[in-house]
Design a protein. Structure first.
Length: 409
């Protein structure tokens, strides 16, 4: 017969840890309770000290005031304080003695008042200094939180507050801030990982397609129709590569730049002009302008992309004949300026903001044209923001645009 298992001698232990009960709110060492006890205790101590000082001053004043300011010697009233000469009647003597006693009492009260005011001023100074020091000690975690937030603003997401001390509102705020930083760090890490994977996964097939098309186009025995189709596919593939590069650069440039090196905007602009000069000569566009040294701290590759995108747009969106592009750099009011202005079609002021949106152009242009993929200005704005600067576009009188990029020195 099958054996019957014996009943358990003790209930099974739970596989989860029971949640600890938090103490009631009025038992927690909250900031309100701590400040109440602190300032209430300070007020009580200050009151006791002030009462003790006033008591000692009053005792001293009463001791001085209890001594009569006159004496009777040989039937005559003699005083070192009051004048009793010329008294002929008892009533006059009594009135003079009463006036002398009142005068001495008033002097004692004035002395007590003056010393009490001095004691009050001294205690007030001590109380303010002690209160300032204690308030700084109580609120010091806020300074720690602020400093950590500033470091995090520089994309150092590994920083944590890790605040120790009583379980009050400030520690709760610090713990919540640390949890938020953990989530942000995971999100940014996932984004960087995605950008890296997407970069590899998107570039590889496009590079393979370009290689295959170039191999087929290099075949001298290929039919003319096949070569024409190959050129069309190669142009489409090149456009896809530009779109992928632009999207990846836009994703990377939305963050702050961590590694910064001295970069001269004049050199960056000159390199961009050299890369665009051939296209400008084909379109009959003159590139001019003086470029003064303007050194900033940043990433040279990304800053060169700003200048290249602006110069390319200025060349491509220009007038058919006698067009020009002016590229200048200078230092002005603690800012490094890169200004790219060009002739071109008239741009309405209300269309300016749309130019900086991805895949957005003027209503007369389409993203399917041969002038780009519609990401140039979006990338330029993202790179400028990542460097702590800004880019502003203004319509030029007579047609065209004036692009101003300002970066902190």
């Amino acid at each position: 017969m099958p054996t019957v298992p014996a009943p358990p001698t003790a209930p099974p232990k739970p596989t989860w840890e029971p949640k600890q009960q938090e103490p009631p709110y009025w038992l927690r060492p909250t900031i309100r309770i701590r400040l109440t006890l602190l300032y209430g205790g300070m007020f009580l101590i200050a009151g006791i000290l002030l009462l003790a000082i006033i008591y000692m001053l009053a005792a001293e004043a009463l001791q001085v005031g209890s001594e009569l300011p006159f004496k009777i010697v040989n039937g005559r009233v003699v005083s070192d304080v009051c004048n009793f000469s010329g008294l002929t009647t008892p009533d006059a003597a009594n009135a003079a003695m009463n006036t002398c006693v009142n005068h001495q009492r008033q002097q004692a009260l004035d002395t007590l008042l003056n010393r009490s005011l001095l004691a009050l001023v001294g205690l007030s100074v001590i109380a303010f200094a002690f209160g300032y020091a204690m308030a700084g000690r109580v609120l010091s975690p806020l300074g720690r939180i602020t400093r950590t937030a500033r470091r995090v603003a520089g994309t150092d997401l590994s920083r944590r507050i890790e605040l120790d001390g009583p379980d009050d509102e400030l520690k709760e705020l610090a713990d919540t801030f640390d949890e938020m930083l953990d989530r942000l760090e995971r999100a940014f890490t996932a984004q960087q990982r995605f950008v890296g994977n997407a970069s590899h996964e998107l570039r590889t097939p496009l590079a393979i397609n370009r290689t295959l098309l170039e191999v087929h186009l290099s075949d001298p025995q290929a039919p003319l129709e096949l070569k024409q189709l190959g050129k069309t596919l190669l142009a489409t593939n090149e456009r896809s590569e530009q779109l992928v590069e632009g999207l990846l650069l836009l994703a990377r440039s939305d963050n702050q730049i961590i590694e910064r090196k001295p970069v001269d905007l004049a050199e960056v602009a000159s390199r961009a002009i050299d890369q665009t000069r051939g296209e400008a000569e084909e379109r009959g566009v003159e590139i001019r302008g003086e470029r003064a040294p303007a050194v900033v701290q940043g990433n040279g590759v990304l800053l060169e992309r700003i200048a290249l995108n602006l110069v390319q747009n200025a060349v491509r969106y220009n007038v058919p004949e006698q067009g020009w592009v002016e590229v200048t750099t200078e230092l002005q009011s603690g800012q490094a300026l890169l200004v790219v202005s060009n002739t071109g079609p008239v741009v309405p002021a209300y269309e300016i903001d749309n130019l900086f949106e991805p895949f957005r152009r003027l209503r007369t242009e389409r993203t399917g044209s041969d002038k780009g993929v519609g990401l140039g200005l979006s990338i330029a704005r993202s790179v400028a923001r990542a460097h702590g600067g800004r880019i502003v576009a203004e319509p030029r009188e007579g047609g065209g645009l004036v692009m101003r990029v300002s970066l902190p020195v």
